[in-house]
Design a protein. Structure first.
Length: 77
């Protein structure tokens, strides 16, 4: 899969995953909602490490910085 998650997006996902895990671990959220939060945490951690989000691919969203590509394109002129 093609990378489509930028550095800031990855950090936000990872921090949110940690918050979700802590909410579950401290029993602030329990039951079905706790399991849902853990599932989201797992997805956020996985996508932050892989750098790819299937939903971003579906909706053609790309949060990576493209400034390096633009600068490289100008140097060939």
């Amino acid at each position: 899969m093609k990378n489509n998650i930028g550095v800031i997006d990855r950090c936000i996902r990872f921090v949110l995953a940690l918050v979700f895990i802590m909410l579950y671990a401290t029993r602030a959220v329990v039951g079905t909602w706790g399991i849902v939060l853990l599932a989201f945490a797992a997805i956020f951690i996985l996508t932050s490490f892989l750098g790819t989000s299937p939903l971003y691919l579906l909706f053609r969203i790309d949060t990576r910085s493209h400034s390096k590509k633009k600068e490289a394109g100008h140097s060939n002129l």
